[in-house]
Design a protein around this ligand. Structure first.
Ligand SMILES: Cc1cc2nc3c(=O)[nH]c(=O)nc-3n(C[C@H](O)[C@H](O)[C@H](O)COP(=O)(O)OP(=O)(O)OC[C@H]3O[C@@H](n4cnc5c(N)ncnc54)[C@H](O)[C@@H]3O)c2cc1C
Length: 190
């Protein structure tokens, strides 16, 4: 059983016909503590479905932009009118930022840099916009203290942390020996 379901059971108290338990993707709908659908915890489709109510139809989004699941309705000036991030876009962007930070972290960080990095990871986990993701990530950090001694130790620690989420979501495990190729050096294509 995924954490989405476990957390949803404990924190969601109101579910009626107007508040569906499941979204169009088949995932459990995650609600905020005020009972409203959580925008950053659900896919955009499920969020729209839960917001519209179970009986209304949700239009299949038109593919455009960085997330094929996100519709681009019209433009505001020269910018596309994009929706706020859902759990997928937020996650992908966040992992990109985190792994990229590891890729530029000093190979021999000072004591202060190590302390700052631990603080950054703790603050990041505390402020992560998807609340149930944040809860689990904070638990992960408590039992798996961030390894900030070198660039490689940080990169591998993050890779393991990412794999922990992959496992929870039923995604394949990433080979952490390759974290630098993926996030720093690029692939040797000869
Ligand atoms: C801290 C955190 C907690 C999250 N918790 C949840 C949650 O509880 N429930 C939920 O539904 N979503 C969660 N997410 C989002 C989830 O992890 C994914 O980002 C999201 O499902 C989109 O997945 P994706 O298939 O685009 O690839 P992502 O998992 O976002 O990965 C992006 C890319 O990173 C590379 N990659 C994959 N695994 C690794 C690894 N182990 N190390 C290095 N690189 C790797 C691959 O090239 C991949 O294409 C969380 C995200 C973060 C940052």
């Amino acid at each position: 059983m995924s954490t989405v379901i476990e957390v949803e059971k404990t924190k969601t108290e109101v579910n009626s016909d107007a508040k569906p338990n499941f979204g169009v993707t088949g995932r459990k709908i995650v609600y905020d503590k005020d009972g409203k659908p959580c925008r950053t915890c659900n896919t955009l489709q499920d969020f729209q479905f839960a917001t519209a109510g179970a009986k209304k139809q949700v239009k299949t989004p038109v593919v455009s932009g960085m997330n094929p699941e996100q519709p681009v309705n019209t433009k505001i000036g020269s910018y596309a009118k994009e929706d706020p991030p859902d759990v997928t876009v937020l996650g992908r962007s966040s992992w990109t930022l985190l792994h990229s930070i590891a890729a530029t972290y000093p190979e021999e960080p000072t004591n202060k840099q190590q302390k700052d990095m631990k603080q950054f990871i703790n603050l990041f986990a505390g402020f992560y916009p998807c609340w149930f993701c944040a809860d689990d990530f904070q638990k992960y950090i408590t039992t798996n203290e961030p390894k900030v001694e070198t660039q490689d130790s940080l990169g591998r620690w993050l890779c393991d942390a990412h794999n922990d989420v992959n496992k929870k979501l039923g995604k394949p495990k990433f080979n952490c020996d390759l974290w630098k190729q993926r996030w720093k050096d690029g692939w040797d294509e000869q």
